[in-house]
Unconditional design. Sequence first.
Length: 405
Amino acid sequence: MKGVSDVDIAIVGAGLAGGALAAALSGRGLRLALIESRPLTAPELPLQRELDAFDSRVSALNPESVSLLQRLEAWQSVEQYRCCAYHHMTVWDAEGTGQIEFDAADVDHSALGYIVENRAVISGLIARLQDAGDLRVVAPGKLAAVAIEDDTVNLQLEDGDTLRARLLVAADGALSSVRSLLQFRTREWDYGHRALVATVETGRPHGNTAWQRFLPSGPLAFLPLPGENGRHFCSIVWSLRDSLADEVLALDDTAFCDRLEEAFEQRLGRVVGASPRAAFPLRQRHAVDYIRPRVALVGDAAHTIHPLAGQGINLGFKDVSVLAEEVLAAHGRGVDPGDLAVLRRYQRRRKGENLLMMGAMDTFKRLFEQESLPLRWLRSAGMNAVHRAGPLKQEIMRRAMGLGV
């Protein structure tokens, strides 16, 4: 006979957001459950620096996200493994003369952010959670049904077990099963683009700079990775129209490197090698509500954003930080963590900021797709004006870095 277990908070999804939330809530007097569809084992972290030894899934963590991981005691292992701080960012328009430069020194900070392999962060979070006595890990485990009652959420697992929680948090990604089972409404649309990702080796050093060129077909980013022995590596994210993505994915290594060189104007010299390529569809998605009684959505379960500014995971980590703060404050007052007033405070603090960032990224994406001469001139003039406008540029940088906002 299958059992019934009671917890205070059940988190579905043990990725970046779910793992961080579990770590943030652990050790604070709450009974936690973490449900993940795959076995919860630390990923392998190869030490060699070769094209096929880097994780193709990387994140550009801003200082605020790094600070969160430091508080969760998950950052030290990432640093000990490998990451790459970037101090400078160069953005330019392929169809005009516009260019803007950002430098960490302009806001008296050591780095604009850090390029990290996702698996390294996952490994650090799993290590942090291994000895958590207040955490029940259900992995592999999948939800079959969810039912909300007055004071509990009943989670029926596919193996027949039942979890009863006072709060259910969906951190299970863009295709969230929790969001689907509970029929949260979303506003969403396809961009008609795919993001092609790969690791490449360049002839010249990246200079700890994040590079982004806006092409009519979509933005192309070169993100710095740690190299050694005179070899230089970058992770690329290339947004391409669906038809063009098929064409580029079909190229062999030599032809792909030649095509990439041309698209990037050889800013880092020759592209001398590339790992196998992968691509995933780009879709804008935002939940109309992040909450309902006893349920909250965080990270990609609540919102997905175009990757052109690398802000998706930073928004997700901010969701985690704010939800943990509200839940722990309520717990300290003896208030039920699933109380609707607690969840409303979380939504109020996060929804507006997420919408603002998503709207800005969507506007940039659409603006740089326009090829009419007047719009190209306005783009270039605007970029150059922002580059010269010190206070405005500093405010943009501070917001992207999560400093004082």
